[in-house]
Write a protein that binds this ligand. Structure first.
Ligand SMILES: CCCCCCCC(=O)SCCNC(=O)CCNC(=O)[C@H](O)C(C)(C)COP(=O)(O)OP(=O)(O)OC[C@H]1O[C@@H](n2cnc3c(N)ncnc32)[C@H](O)[C@@H]1OP(=O)(O)O
Length: 249
């Protein structure tokens, strides 16, 4: 039981896109011989796709901000050595536990067709394009989000539920980094100005305080130059024992 829960916990980390699971998740496809190495189409590859890497749908602003933060993930010392920088890019997959092993306990909560819903639309750029970066020292997490045409709410603008989804994604991932497995208990959003469809925005999450099982987080969504405030929100996450999920909540 303890072993299964341990495996489940590691899988749970991948649910929230944590980098700790990267090594576990990488299974290089065994389709090449020692002499030839063939690049396979992605649907034949057993390697999970990391959705937080740039793709052809990313506009110039999305790419610019990605480069801005990504360039701070690794720095070069005076001696020319590479070192971890202040930011860390968080990889993101569309399945929670596909690559975790486990028996009855996993199958109780994970259906084989289950997919992370922000990552389940095939057409690139159509819905949620985003990448998260974490700054451990500053206890801050940043999401760069490009909203696609399938997320329409008011004509030409992003649906409030889609915005809430992204706030929950960024703050929830941040809370998991800070506190381990958590669930959203409360999410409070003030919508200040609409987000045009197709635009790129910044989602900035910062730790307010931790009290026992409670992690309180604040989050702002702004235009990429920070001149326009789109939403202000606060969130409460409660640390859970993974058995909470096994019991069906
Ligand atoms: C990759 C993407 C990652 C994104 C992460 C996404 C995370 C999610 O969206 S999770 C899905 C949405 N959330 C849910 O479904 C959660 C449903 N709710 C639950 O399961 C439970 O109510 C849960 C776990 C939050 C709390 O239950 P439980 O552990 O029994 O706590 P409980 O004993 O009721 O309360 C503990 C403390 O928290 C407080 N508390 C609980 N809920 C709330 C709340 N909504 N508001 C304020 N305080 C609360 C209680 O008052 C209590 O405080 P104190 O200890 O001071 O008396």
């Amino acid at each position: 039981m303890a072993g299964s829960l341990g495996r489940l916990f590691r899988g749970f980390q991948s649910f929230t896109s944590l980098p700790a699971t990267r090594a576990q998740l990488s299974h290089p496809p065994a389709f090449f011989s020692s002499r030839t190495m063939v690049t396979l189409p992605s649907f034949l590859s057993s390697k999970p796709r990391d959705f937080s890497l740039p793709n052809s749908s990313w506009g110039p602003e999305m790419l610019r901000l990605y480069e801005l933060y990504n360039s701070q993930c690794e720095v070069e010392t005076e001696g020319g050595e590479k070192q971890e920088g202040s930011w860390q890019r968080l990889p993101s997959y569309n399945r929670s536990l596909k690559f975790a092993t486990g028996g009855v306990y996993l199958s109780k909560i994970i259906q084989s067709k289950a997919r992370l819903f922000t990552r389940n639309i095939r057409e690139q750029g159509a819905a949620f394009e985003y990448v998260l970066f974490n700054n451990k020292e500053e206890q801050r997490c940043v999401g760069i989000f490009q909203a696609g045409h399938l997320l329409e709410g008011p004509p030409g603008h992003v649906h409030g539920g889609a915005i809430a989804t992204m706030i929950d994604t960024v703050t929830g991932t941040h809370a998991t980094i800070l506190s381990g497995p958590v669930m959203t208990a409360n999410l409070n959003i003030n919508y200040r100005s609409p987000i045009p469809l197709g635009s790129t925005v910044l989602i900035e999450s910062s730790l307010d305080t931790k009290e026992g099982r409670k992690t309180f987080i604040s989050c702002k969504v702004t235009s990429t130059d920070s001149s326009k405030l789109h939403t202000e929100s606060t969130a409460l996450f409660l640390s859970i024992n993974v058995s909470h999920l096994l019991r069906g909540g």
